[in-house]
Design a protein around this ligand. Structure first.
Ligand code: SF4
Length: 555
């Protein structure tokens, strides 16, 4: 089985020391990316760690596919104990940093401890250097990147940085790379902030020797020539369909269609797109650099989730307004989905839907934990009672746009996913919209066959995150192609994903997360959900209460 190579470098930013450990055995078993990082985190982060404490560890990893020339491989994994969900969580960013991380020669880069001074950590193929950067306190993402370019000659593609939101330990602060690409969900930016790490740079010429089969180029060619709508409109291309199907969360989830959809849909985003953009090696190029010259707004996106969170869910029907919110989140280092949804909760409480000046003020206040922003920085799960609104989160992770009240399998996924109500954990929505081949598609209503399918999809997504292969490769991949790329039987590859999901669940169980947390705010609307959850546990080999029996723990 193809796997990543290179040792773990463990960087104690408190002691300013780095040490190397051979992790070949872990790489053989878990391929790379999320799998390897999850195994390491499960072993190395104490089960009772404080997410903001020095004992938490953030692990950056790539996979063997970063040695290829193939499309869909421009992504990097980061894993830590999440300040938002309080469980083990992996987040995955695009951009170009994956190749630079691989070029350091390390298979995994772990940040541990906590520094007294604000630091930039420079990881190269010659070792690790620490630089005190007090002048970067409160710096935005672009200011931080500019400093690194000017002082160190590294490009934004070589960096992982936080903005003020990470420094202020906002529970949904992101780590940003290539300026606009985010390790977004789950607050990993706050983990770096708690360690007083403002930036990490990756540089070298020592990528490990990994031979990816030549069949990779078939996938690459198809990605280059296919006329896929995502190449023009990215993920927001699905918005009209979701709205027509009564599945577009609006006005803080109180409605499921939005009268102003035409102002924020795929066509609206496409009208502001001014060039193509991509991630490292990817000919699919689904990214969306957008600009409005009149208003002086320039950003990347918004993607579907952000067009929902800052658009329909906040009662905003102008794409330039959503672009401005997106740009602010990228600059301050905030997950734009959680920021938008949390602000939508506040707008609901204050009866202020559509008030864009208030929205932009709130983004700033959250990023700096000022005024009401200090409360909102805790996320919906922790402040909904205080605001007097419904709790639209699972395990404190606020909901993504794909509507579980319409797509019931996606709802099941939101309930049981180890990282809460996030859409990328299983991408189950992709088989419930009428967009896939008939033999792949499932009726959105009901749970027939869905727990079994969900287990398979979660395992497949964990495999992608370990490869590391972008999940938007779905129309170009098949079991045979996974077998060709990784040199292993497809079922054995899915087992890598299964082990990863089970390790996450076991870690979370030790922190008290179990069946009682696998709940949805709209369970009454989904008859059969409880049985579906129990079947899901059965298929996984877990206990009825959602815990992992010791016998099911990977060796
Ligand atoms: S498909 Fe899109 S998000 Fe995925 S690697 Fe390619 S450009 Fe990046």
């Amino acid at each position: 089985m193809l796997h990543s190579k290179g040792p773990l470098v463990s960087i104690d930013v408190g002691e300013r020391e780095a040490s190397e450990t051979d992790i070949t055995q872990v790489q053989r078993q878990y391929i790379g990316g999320r799998g390897v990082a999850t195994r390491l985190a499960h072993e190395r982060i104490p089960f009772d760690a404080d997410p903001f404490g020095p004992e938490n560890r953030a692990v950056f990893t790539t996979g063997p596919m970063q040695a290829s020339q193939m499309s869909f491989t421009g992504r990097t994994n980061c894993t830590a104990l999440s300040p938002l969900t309080d469980g083990l969580l992996s987040s995955n960013a695009g951009g170009f940093v994956s190749r630079h991380l691989a070029a350091t020669g390390y298979g995994a880069v772990e940040l541990a401890g906590a520094s007294d001074e604000l630091l930039a950590v420079h990881v190269t193929d010659e070792g690790v250097e620490f630089e005190e950067v007090p002048q970067l306190e409160e710096a935005t993402v672009s200011e931080t990147v500019e400093y690194l370019e000017d002082e160190h000659g590294v490009s934004s593609d070589q960096t992982a940085v936080i903005g003020p939101a990470g420094e202020h330990e906002v529970r949904f602060a992101s780590v940003m790379t290539t300026e606009e690409r985010a390790f977004g969900r789950g607050g990993l930016g706050a983990v770096l902030g708690s360690k007083n790490v403002k930036a990490v740079t990756f540089e070298g010429d020592s990528a490990p020797d990994i031979e990816v089969p030549a069949g990779q180029m078939d996938i690459h060619r198809e990605a280059a020539t296919d006329d896929h709508i995502m190449k023009r409109q990215g993920t927001v291309s699905v918005m009209d369909l979701a709205n027509e199907m009564d599945g577009l969360p609006s006005y803080y989830f109180s409605e499921r269609s939005f009268e102003g959809v035409e102002g924020i849909n795929g066509a609206a985003v496409e009208s502001k797109k001014y060039k193509k953009a991509t991630c490292s090696a990817c000919a699919f190029a689904c990214k969306l650099p957008t600009r409005d010259e009149e208003r002086g707004v320039e950003t990347e996106g918004p993607e579907f989730e952000v067009a929902m969170a800052f658009g329909s869910n906040s009662g905003v029907d102008d794409i330039v307004d959503v672009m401005q919110s997106n740009e602010l989140c990228d600059e301050y280092g905030l997950d734009a989905i959680s920021a938008g949804n949390t602000i939508a909760a506040y707008l609901d409480a204050e009866d202020e839907f559509g008030n864009t000046d208030l929205i932009w003020d709130l983004v700033e206040q959250i990023a700096h934990r000022e005024g009401v922003g200090d409360r909102l920085a805790e996320g919906i799960g922790r402040i909904h009672d205080d605001l007097g609104v419904e709790n639209w989160s699972v395990k404190n992770m606020d909901f993504a746009a794909h509507e579980g009240r319409l797509l019931h399998g996606q709802g099941l996924s939101y309930a049981v996913a180890n990282r809460g109500a996030d859409h990328m954990y299983a991408t189950f929505y992709s088989v419930e919209y009428p967009l896939v081949d008939e033999d792949e598609a499932m009726d959105p209503a009901g749970f027939d066959g869905k727990p079994e399918r969900l287990v398979e999809r979660e395992n497949l997504m964990a495999l992608n995150d370990s490869g590391v292969v972008c999940k938007f490769s779905r129309d170009f991949m098949s079991p045979e192609r996974y077998e060709m790329l990784f040199g292993a039987d497809f079922q054995d590859l899915l087992e890598v994903g299964a082990r990863t999901v089970t390790l996450e669940r076991h870690f979370n169980n030790q922190r008290g997360i179990d069946e009682a947390d696998d709940r949805l705010p709209y369970e009454d609307e989904l008859p059969g959900l409880d049985d579906a959850i129990q079947t899901y546990y059965d298929v996984r080999g877990w206990n009825d209460d959602g815990t992992v029996p010791e016998t099911a723990l990977p060796a």
